[in-house]
Design a protein around this ligand. Structure first.
Ligand code: ADP
Ligand code: MG
Length: 501
């Protein structure tokens, strides 16, 4: 009898063990399946983001073609072209002899800066900067609120100045307004806003003259200042770059958004023919964020990003290469992995579902994590997305995603630069002569995301070949746009004669 009970108990225990073992095996199989599914998503994404050399060459050629088309259309009322190729009315870049006290305001995408620069005819004698981040509510509020904020910051800056910065009676303070959104200029110091980009959406400012808006806001604050130039950051960077290096022919911004400007021959611009001397030059603001080509490797995730953005269907080049969007692309991919492959377990982490929670600086911090256990990735996932208990394998996958997105962006940015070099005829060595070409690069993405920067530079070398690359230099501009803007305020000063004397 006792034997029977014991045997039954043994059988029961064995059965329980077998069931438990089966559960463990099933769970393990489930985990393996989920992992495989997640890896399939990553692999598919990586393939679709591919930027082989031949593809980049096609992108560069398309960029050159669109530059031609945009220039040709600049005087017609025909169908709008993809690249606006805007005339900036900057035809003389600063000579370097500029003198005096000038101001620059810089409204980019994330921060607003006020600068005061004392130019000593060949050198910057003194400069001071104040920077604040643009309050999010002002990016989608009213025109008056945004311009009042700008004027108030400027007034605060001027009020704190010492007596050494007071100008002689009758002499107005002059400034250059660096306004980095697409503007159709009608002169060096006036221009109407075409549209907002980079997350701004203020309807009543579209179509308005931004200098007039700023002038009215300054008057409301009792500021007696004159806007002598209106430029964007690419033009400021180009002017600043040229001041320190005569070989600078183009400038590219890789920050919240992206854009490029370059020096064009005046007679290549139909609208200017006959207005400028044949040998004249004109800086063209490409607004290259609008560029699009069938060879751009868009994925389903990019379309999700585009659909949720404030400007669907617009700024497609900007949306795959610039700082505002790179973190968001990775978030969308991780979200799909969580939803379809339970990458982070049975529950989708709620924070992961919120657009723009993962920012590009977080991406670069994770991408640059050199610790053996990827501690930075672990901390970022915990602090930003509230995802804990990730395995090292999972963290490696996150880094892989950062790499895929940054590599695609940087390689496409390099292809864009090649497009400009082709347009300028500087992508090849002519008659055995090595003409030095410098491109000024600026923006928080380029400055702080080392892997992105390295990849861009290596890709440009790959595209140009060793020999040509030797004479083409990318120069990081050290706050070139601010100095450049002050120089442009000086070279367009109404007191120019006084400066010269
Ligand atoms: P803006 O483009 O607004 O004028 P910046 O040139 O300073 O301003 O660029 C800011 C952008 O640069 C941020 O929106 C961000 O996308 C990117 N950025 C800033 N810091 C980093 C970083 N550490 N790593 C990667 N990207 C960064
Ligand atoms: Mg900027």
């Amino acid at each position: 009898m006792g034997k029977v009970v014991v045997s039954a108990a043994v059988i029961c225990a064995a059965a329980v063990c077998a069931v438990a073992a089966a559960v463990v095996v099933r769970r393990r199989m489930q985990r393996t399946k989920r992992w495989e599914k997640a890896m399939a998503i990553v692999k598919d994404f990586e393939e679709k983001c591919g930027t082989p050399t031949w593809k980049l060459e096609k992108v560069a050629d398309a960029m050159t073609q669109e530059m031609h088309a945009g220039l040709a259309a600049s005087d017609s009322q025909g169908a709008p072209t993809m690249l606006k190729m805007l005339i900036t009315y900057v035809s003389n870049l600063p000579s370097g002899d500029e003198k005096g006290l000038f101001y620059a305001l810089d409204l980019g995408g994330t921060n607003f800066r006020v600068l005061r620069v004392q130019l000593g005819g060949g050198a910057v004698v003194n400069q001071e900067v104040s920077e604040v981040s643009i309050p999010l509510d002002l990016m989608v509020g009213t025109s008056e609120a945004l311009f009042d904020f700008i004027a108030a910051e400027l007034a605060k800056f001027v009020e704190q100045e010492g007596p050494e910065f007071q100008l002689p009676p009758g002499r107005q303070r002059e400034l250059c307004f660096t306004f980095s959104f697409p503007v159709m200029q009608s002169s060096i110091a006036s221009g109407n806003l075409i549209k907002w980009t980079k997350g701004f959406s203020i309807d009543d400012a579209v179509g308005q003259d931004v200098v007039a808006e700023l002038t009215r806001a300054m008057a409301r604050k009792g500021l007696d200042m004159r806007v002598s130039a209106l430029v964007n950051d690419t033009v400021g960077t180009l002017a600043g770059g040229r001041y320190s290096n005569k070989d600078v022919v183009a400038a590219v911004i890789l920050g919240t958004g992206t854009n490029a400007a370059y020096v064009e021959r005046a007679n290549a611009i139909p609208k200017l023919r006959g207005l400028l001397p044949k040998s004249g030059e004109m800086v063209i603001n490409m607004e290259w964020g609008t560029f699009w080509s069938t060879d751009l490797p868009f994925t389903e995730y990019d379309y999700v990003l585009d659909a949720e953005s404030l400007n669907p269907g617009e700024q497609m080049f900007e949306k795959i290469i610039s700082g505002m969007y790179l973190g968001e692309i990775v978030r969308i991919v991780l979200c799909k992995m969580a939803e379809e492959a339970s990458f982070f377990g049975d529950i989708i982490p709620p924070k992961l579902k919120i657009p723009f929670t993962l920012r590009t600086p977080d991406l670069s911090a994770m991408h640059h994590d050199t610790s053996s256990d990827l501690k930075v990735v672990d901390t970022k996932l915990k602090n930003i997305l509230e995802i804990s208990n990730t395995s090292l394998e999972m963290r490696k996958v996150v880094v892989q995603l950062c790499n895929i997105v940054a590599t695609r962006g940087a390689r496409l940015a390099a292809a864009g630069i090649l497009g400009i070099l082709i347009k300028l005829g500087r992508d090849k060595i002519k008659d055995g002569e090595k003409q030095r070409t410098v491109i000024a690069l600026d923006g928080g993405l380029y400055e702080h995301y080392a892997e992105y920067r390295k990849c861009l530079e290596n890709t440009l070398k790959e595209l140009l070949g060793e020999e040509v690359s030797e004479s083409i230099v990318i120069e990081q501009s050290n706050d070139g746009s601010g100095i450049g803007a002050a120089l442009l305020a000086a070279s367009h000063s109404q007191f120019l004669e006084v400066n010269k004397s």
